[in-house]
Design a protein around this ligand. Sequence first.
Ligand code: 5AD
Ligand code: SF4
Length: 452
Amino acid sequence: MSTYQSPRRVYLETYGCQMNVADSEVVGGILGTGGYALTSDIAKADVVLVNTCAIRENAEQRIYGRLGLFSTYKRENPGILIGVLGCMAERLRSNLLESDLVDLVVGPDEYRKLPGLMDRAFAGEKGVAVRLSRVENYDDLTPLRTEGVCAWLPVMRGCDKFCTFCVVPFTRGRERSRSLRSVVGEVGDLASRGFREITLLGQNVNSFRDGANDFAGLMREVAAVDRSVRIRFMTSHPQDMSERLIGAIAEEVNICKYVHLPVQSGSDRILGLMNRTYTVDHYRRLIHRIREAVPGVALSTDVISGFPSESVADHRLTVDLIRELRFDGAFTFKYSPREGTKAWDMEDSVPEEEKGRRVWEITGLQHAIALEQNRELIGRTVRVLVEGPSKKSPHEYTGRSDTNRSVVFPHADEQPGEFADVRIDRANSATLFGVRVGDVIGAAPQSRGSAA
Ligand code: 5AD
Ligand code: SF4
């Protein structure tokens, strides 16, 4: 790099889960110290990097579409480099180099090598780095975050659960946790920089472990750093949803009363084939226990429709469970076979159209439930962390409640990062609308009484 006056510029596009968003911030930090600078303008870029997702076929199709556009762009600008990062890089490896388009393929555990690989690629040497690591957790690196209100903070990487449908254990490797000390240190740092909400991230976040400390211990320490900062976490596996963790959510005032707990199916037979390691009844008891310990808690879930051999009766069991448990949100996906997983060897027996119909039925039901849940909040006052102008109007501001509901209200003098109490007067299934009552609250702790 020393031969250049100004650093070469990198345009980085991110797809997929929040872990990828956080990884892109790590990549930003690595590039900065490696002599490269990020740009948000592709026309100024010397390098185009795409951080990719491989969770479902359609996620990959979308990225192929994007790479197709970049190939046109590269034909017009032959000097630029194109790199594929993340889960697709890990899954497809050097196959991605077969087209002339791609110069670099770098998996999730090899980002430290990026500046060196890019330097060599400019000299004409294409590079592939896709080794998975048992130890890499980027614990010592400073991610490049744009200032804001909400921050993502990975605390563990990888997954050892091996659900039979899921490619993540293959693209992100074995579980490993960061140290509690470095996570707590980073939370302090983020709080002092003005971030007011921090989401602890991991594919299986509640299996975090650092010596004697489990995830509940980490959450309690993180929450104690600054009580004016909200703490969230994502994503949990029912198997690791301990009584200690439920206790931490219930007792720590600034841990948000919101749990995302993927169930995947309401049929024990399908759960068995998925290797989910729990039964519907275990899951049901867990939900009851969380609701009992954390009054007013919001719960959301993930569902896969059309897993191999899922019958109409299995599907009905899932629908019945959704109706019974009344989640505040549910993300429903059509099963997508992923090469290398155990389910790949099972017959993909449910036709695409039928998968679509099942997803549609669950989504419709969940939509109606969420609308009822949200309407119950009309007349109540909820405390909102103000994020900024809503998408629709600069005169309206938006934020989220403790329970992760989007709340829109007319803008007065609120600033992003402040807390505002909003009285709800209208609701649809996705958003609450209301007016602010009382003064905004700067960096004060949230009260336990916030209704939603
Ligand atoms: N097909 C469909 N959905 C999947 N998920 C994971 N793998 C697949 C797959 N092969 C869903 C699960 C998981 C969410 C992040 O993505 O519901 O919880
Ligand atoms: Fe995939 Fe299951 Fe691990 Fe989640 S817990 S990342 S669904 S293997």
